[in-house]
Design a protein around this ligand. Structure first.
Ligand SMILES: Cc1cc2nc3c(=O)[nH]c(=O)nc-3n(C[C@H](O)[C@H](O)[C@H](O)COP(=O)(O)O)c2cc1C
Length: 173
């Protein structure tokens, strides 16, 4: 890859540039009228502690965002380093995403992925049109976390988190 060079602002270059922002990986899960849908995302952001809110950016028209919209609720499953196969599974179009995936039943009837390092359940607050994506603001109604290391994503590739043992120094509140 070319380094230290400005690029024309096309979709591929933008995707590669934003890919320099390392993230975790989450799977959004939802169910409406007995139909379950889910998709892998990394556009997850914590928004507000009081009231508790988060946001996810969905490709406009994706099956999952349509179902999230209808169900008005969704689950957020933060994947562990052992769940790379689940990330790939929920990123493939046209599959029965829930076949053979171990699930927990969450509050509000939301299906959750077993052994994720964190599980959250949200009701849909607002949906905001944003170019070719839809930003869904979720009101967080349930949280659960467990020990384990995260699955990480950087420049289109999965990776592992290595703890430097240095807690971040920051001022809050
Ligand atoms: C690591 C990773 C992160 C992704 N992040 C997003 C995202 O934030 N938003 C999005 O719309 N799609 C994202 N995708 C792509 C979707 O998972 C993929 O398009 C999926 O097939 C959509 O499912 P659906 O159309 O059945 O709802 C991501 C894929 C991967 C592998």
């Amino acid at each position: 890859m070319t380094t230290d060079q400005a690029s024309p602002l096309d979709g591929g270059a933008l995707r590669r540039t934003m890919g320099r922002f390392a993230t975790g990986v989450a799977v959004i899960t939802t169910e409406h009228n007995g139909q379950r849908h889910g998709m892998t995302v990394n556009s997850l952001t914590s928004v507000s502690l009081d009231p508790p809110m988060l946001l996810v950016c969905f490709t406009r028209g994706s099956r999952t965002v349509r179902t999230v919209s209808r169900a008005a609720r969704f689950g957020v499953n933060l994947l562990s380093a052992r769940q790379e196969a689940i990330s790939n599974h929920f990123a493939r179009r046209g599959e029965d995403h829930f076949a053979e995936v171990p699930l927990d039943q969450g509050p509000l009837g939301v299906p959750l992925i077993s052994n994720a390092i964190a599980q959250l359940v949200c009701t849909v607050g607002r949906e905001i049109d944003a170019g070719d994506h839809v930003i869904v603001l979720g009101n967080i109604v349930h949280i659960r976390q467990r020990d384990g290391l995260p699955l990480c994503f950087f420049s289109g590739t999965y990776g592992d988190f290595h703890d430097r043992g240095n807690p971040a120094e920051f001022w809050y509140f």
